[in-house]
Design a protein around this ligand. Structure first.
Ligand code: NAP
Length: 497
């Protein structure tokens, strides 16, 4: 019998008001049901938002270092449960165990960072232009935060949002992706166990169209932090503009690794293999394009194909597996449709390019790691996000041309250049239009204490991670204290007095 999961609202575990449920299955073996979850609607969201609004009035007054202490406990509990959390995550979304352990570890790092931030949350004191007057700017909590997350980092991404939201004194209504509700529930269980008071964090399971929309459109939600596709991000931005709420959007990518002829080829091969096929290519920072200098193109591709064909596909819980399944059937079909489009537009498949039908693989949403050569910069597989194990190889002649091709997409998340020439490295750092640039490292591999996010249609200018996310989750209050005992006028030309 499949495990039954519930919503967590106002400190209580509850079913959807309608009593409806949905099922989640293991993408490596669709016979296995991970659990059943409440299929919530607008009414469930309403109750959760009301609880979060009430809880805010007390939570905002808890000293930030005390809020941080709870997050320290959250980190400790995640350390204790790391293996169990990682295994459950692999069962529910497919990436291999080493990667799901990494996903949980990122949550742990984010918890400890947030805990210590409770003792910083620095403001500014600034000299006044008038005598006997004190000026300061300090951070204050905002209110109820709506948190909507994708399935590809089901622990790390919610922690990037929920932990800073809480340290800053906000309360949370959390809607996780329908493909990863079990990991999200485990996170909320940990928050409750660590001592987060009732109503401060609420989780409401259900579809994006119902639960997600109800959160974004609600007057009593003050800010929304969303990670997901650019298409949904645009809808959220439009909907949230009706109430002018603050919105942080972390969206799609079409990331490229560029390799110059002077690069360390072994390093560049290792980099692209990991960047393109780690997490089955389902990272927002995945290497989706490989830009090869014409001088090394043919030899690099020949070596790459050997390595791609050697990647072991299978259930991520089993040892020795390099690549897990796509998250669901629709994602597998999207990958197949892009492979068809690539072929129709004249590119050539040199590895993979098909759904495997052999053995256990036939019972999951697998796709063979795929490499296309002969891709032109205007092909759709060179421009559109595929979000699967497909790499498009494009040839270039000069650094300038390579950077031009790299920049020629609507996205701007991650990028990478392999070179041993310091001048080329710094030119690329200056000219690449992306939120993240790696030199001699793959496009994936963010560290929790560094700003994370993209430019162009990858987002709307906010950053997660590190110190920058605290700007999103807090409001600046400017304070003037005049202790002169008289009326002192600013915004008057005092220089004439
Ligand atoms: P998605 O389809 O946009 O869904 C993301 C979340 O939004 C899910 O919780 C989804 O709920 C919800 N949602 C769907 N429609 C909604 C609506 N109309 N209103 C409110 N919420 C709605 O994206 P995904 O397939 O989960 O994730 C893959 C995408 O995320 C890729 O484009 C990837 O690049 C991007 N991503 C970006 C970053 C980054 O930091 N830039 C990181 C990771 C992933 P349901 O699951 O119930 O549909």
């Amino acid at each position: 019998m499949a495990k039954k999961f519930q919503n967590y609202v106002d400190g209580k575990w509850v079913d959807a008001i309608s009593g409806k449920t949905f099922e989640n299955r293991n993408p490596a073996n669709w016979d296995e049901v991970v659990g059943t979850f409440p299929k919530s609607g607008k009414d469930d969201v309403e109750v959760a938002i009301r609880a979060a609004r009430r809880a805010f009035e007390e939570w905002r007054l808890v000293p930030a270092p005390k809020r941080g202490d709870i997050l320290k406990k959250v980190g400790d509990l995640m350390v204790e449960k790391k293996e169990e959390l990682a295994k459950q995550m692999t069962r529910e979304m497919g990436k291999v165990l080493a990667e799901t352990r990494g996903d949980v570890q990122e949550g742990i790092d984010t918890a400890y960072y947030a805990a210590s931030e409770g003792r910083r949350l620095f403001g500014h004191t600034v000299p006044s232009e008038l005598p006997n007057k004190f000026n300061m700017a300090m951070r204050v909590p905002i209110g109820v935060a709506g948190i909507i997350t994708p399935w590809n980092f089901p622990m790390a991404i919610p922690t990037w949002k929920i932990f800073p939201a809480l340290v800053c004194g906000n309360t949370v209504v959390f809607k996780p992706a329908s493909d990863t509700p079990a990991t999200a529930t485990a996170l909320v269980e940990i928050l409750a166990e660590a001592g987060v008071p009732p109503g401060v964090v609420n989780i409401v399971h259900g579809g994006g169209g119902e639960v997600g929309n109800a959160i974004v459109g609600h007057d009593e939600v003050d800010l929304v932090s969303f990670t997901g596709s650019t298409m949904v991000g645009k809808k959220i931005s439009e909907m949230a503009s009706a109430t002018l709420k603050r919105v942080s959007l972390e969206l799609g990518g079409k990331n490229a690794q560029m390799v110059m002829p002077d690069a360390n080829m072994e390093l560049a091969l290792d980099g692209v293999l990991w960047g393109a096929f780690g997490t089955t290519g389902q990272r927002c920072t995945a290497t989706s394009r490989l830009l090869l200098h014409e001088k090394i193109h043919d030899t690099f591709v020949a070596e790459l194909v050997k390595r791609v064909e050697a990647l072991k596909l299978g259930d991520g819980l089993k040892p020795g597996i390099d690549v897990g399944p796509c998250v669901n059937e629709s994602q597998q079909q999207t990958v197949q449709s892009y492979v068809d489009i690539g072929l129709q537009q004249g590119a050539k498949v040199v590895a993979g390019g098909r759904i495997p039908k052999d053995g256990d693989l036939a019972r999951g949403w697998f796709y063979r790691p795929t490499v296309f050569t002969g891709v032109q910069p205007d092909h759709r597989i060179a421009k559109e996000e595929i979000f699967g194990p497909v790499l498009s190889v494009i040839k270039f002649r000069t650094l300038e041309e390579g950077i031009r091709i790299l920049n020629d997409t609507i996205y701007g998340l991650s990028s990478s250049l392999y070179t041993t020439n310091i001048n080329d490295a710094y030119t690329a750092i200056r000219d690449i239009k992306a939120g993240i640039t790696y030199i001699n490292a793959p496009t994936i591999g963010a560290e929790a204490h560094m700003p994370f996010g993209g430019v162009k249609q990858t987002g709307n200018g906010h950053r997660e991670g590190g110190w920058t996310v605290y700007d999103f989750f807090s409001e600046w209050k400017t304070v003037y204290v005049d202790y002169s005992g008289g009326l002192q006028r600013a915004q008057i030309d005092n220089y004439q007095d």
